[in-house]
Design a protein around this ligand. Structure first.
Ligand code: HEC
Ligand code: HEC
Ligand code: HEC
Length: 428
């Protein structure tokens, strides 16, 4: 039987014809695409959107403006603080529930001045106290990017703030005392990389939102990154300038960039809220920006701050040694398989506890939290499947946690104050 229309030669013919049509269409599409790409206006806009997307990562806007399991930038995330709960707003370009009606100028006013479109003063739970240093150029790029997102209609519940802080106009007083709109002033005596790093750390990276001591009105004491307890979280953000806390003055640039972008290096691992910052934001830093931040952070040394006053290292008496001995037995039983008998861990997998500054830091709250809650280092492109630590809160009593933590603070050459069951109870 023959089907003439499907004969080989017909097939060839049809294939050639369609091939011609397809390649013609392709050529004309490519021409159109080329014309668009060569249009300088289009190229400028595309570049601005890419920059804006990158900058919102560095500022971690999505981290706060997205609820667990929610759509990106639609807000609804609850932030607990000592003033109550803040609920982040929707910043997608929806006209009713988001910022769809905002202009570039409105957005600038929010970032730079902490004022909403309708003139309402914004709470500093939105870190405009740091973002105020972002340039207009960068703010415009972020605005363009946010406006290019699909609008999502989502109204979020109001903030739930305690009296009298729930009275927004009081913010005028707060601002008069603690806020000054600013710009980043480059330091001419420093390199370009240093200035870029300082601009990112002090401004968009808002590191000082956590790494500072706050007064009872929630105002940061300075912007020197000298460390402090994070408001509303049982975590201590160490000083980034003190040698006994988290200054990177003695680290190499590579060690600093590794910590910032992968969450782990040979000397330290980022845990808790810092692991979140790295997972959501810092791992996306370009290599130039990571380098610049590292150059700046490395220069922040020599500030011993006020946190070290009053540490009392234990004097090793007989009864104390017995006490640490019990901690050592617990360590052998529960911790040694991962962290090693010598406390050296396994590079890149299990952090070393020997020589680890987080372990010896005056404030023991973070390591108590690590032992109680366990945890995972940040999941990043550079460390895609991190090994975790199991929680011990169900397994060890407060006294036992105190013993094992005191032990790791005073073994393998480590030196740190003893931890009591009361400290553990406070950290729970
Ligand atoms: C630490 C959490 C946090 C981060 C990070 C954050 N925001 Fe916000 N943002 C908030 C909170 C909370 C508010 C609401 C403050 C209030 O109710 O006064 C807010 C308010 C805003 C507003 C005002 C919206 C309105 O309707 O008035 C804009 C615009 C905004 N943020 C944009 C951004 C951008 C852009 C970034 C990243 C560069 C960002 N936010 C990062 C917490 C955050
Ligand atoms: C949401 C709060 C928060 C923000 C924002 C934040 N940090 Fe941290 N950071 C912490 C906490 C908590 C720790 C202590 C836990 C730990 O050691 O990982 C920490 C630890 C660190 C460490 C020491 C890590 C170690 O184990 O030695 C460095 C370095 C650091 N942060 C740098 C930064 C930089 C740079 C920024 C800004 C780009 C920043 N942090 C922003 C909370 C924060
Ligand atoms: C299964 C392996 C494993 C076991 C068992 C384990 N850990 Fe860990 N530990 C880890 C990993 C992985 C991390 C990094 C996780 C993180 O940073 O959140 C870690 C982190 C820590 C940290 C934080 C170090 C830092 O630089 O911030 C401390 C302190 C710690 N462990 C102590 C202990 C103690 C004490 C025990 C026993 C009671 C223990 N660990 C048992 C794997 C383990």
């Amino acid at each position: 039987m023959r089907y003439p229309i499907f004969s080989i030669s017909h097939w060839k013919c049809a294939a050639l014809w369609w091939g011609g049509v397809v390649s013609l269409a392709f050529v004309s599409l490519t021409l159109v695409a080329d014309a668009i790409a060569n249009d300088p206006e289009y190229a400028r806009e595309a570049q601005q959107l890419t920059r804006g997307a990158y900058l919102t990562r560095v500022g971690n806007c999505m981290g706060c403006h997205t609820a667990k399991g929610g759509q990106p930038f639609t807000g609804g995330r609850r932030l607990s603080t000592s003033f109550g709960i803040f609920v982040t707003p929707n910043i997608t370009p929806d006209k009713e529930t988001g910022i769809g009606l905002w202009s570039e100028e409105d957005f600038w006013q929010a970032l730079h001045q902490g004022k909403s479109r309708d003139g309402r003063l914004l709470y500093p739970a939105f870190p405009y106290t740091e973002y105020t240093k972002v340039t207009r150029h960068d703010a415009n790029a972020m605005f363009a990017y946010l406006q290019s997102l699909p609008p999502v209609s989502q109204s979020n519940p109001p903030n739930d703030i305690f009296f009298p802080y729930n009275f927004r106009p009081l913010l005028a007083v707060w601002r008069a005392l603690y806020f000054k709109a600013g710009t980043y002033e480059p330091d001419q005596s420093q390199s370009e990389a240093w200035n870029r790093g300082a601009y990112l750390v002090q401004g968009l990276g808002h590191c000082n939102a956590c790494h500072t001591t706050r007064n009872r009105f929630g105002a940061s004491q300075d912007d020197a990154l000298t460390g402090g307890q994070i408001m509303g979280m049982n975590w201590y953000a160490p000083s980034l300038s003190s040698k006994s806390e988290a200054s990177s003055g003695e680290w190499t640039i590579e060690e600093i960039t590794a910590l910032l972008t992968t969450g782990i290096n040979q000397r330290a691992v980022a845990s808790g809220p810092m692991a979140t910052v790295i997972r959501q934001s810092l791992q996306y830093l370009s290599s130039e920006d990571a380098h610049a931040m590292a150059v700046y952070l490395k220069s922040l040394s020599g500030n011993e701050g006020g946190h070290k006053l009053g540490i009392r290292f234990p004097v090793m008496t007989g009864s104390l040694l017995k006490h640490l001995d019990r901690g050592g037995q617990l360590y052998e039983q529960y911790c040694q398989t991962c962290h090693g008998a010598d406390g050296k861990g396994t590079p890149g997998i299990y952090p070393a506890l020997a020589g680890n500054r987080s372990v010896m830091m005056n404030s023991p709250v973070n390591i108590i939290r690590s032992v109680l809650n366990g945890g995972y280092p940040a999941t990043t492109a550079g460390n895609p499947r991190p090994y975790g630590m199991p929680p011990f809160q169900q397994i060890l009593r407060n006294e036992e946690v105190a013993l094992v933590v005191s032990y790791i603070r005073n073994s393998w050459g480590n030196r740190g104050s003893l931890v009591t069951a009361v400290d553990v109870d406070l950290a729970r």
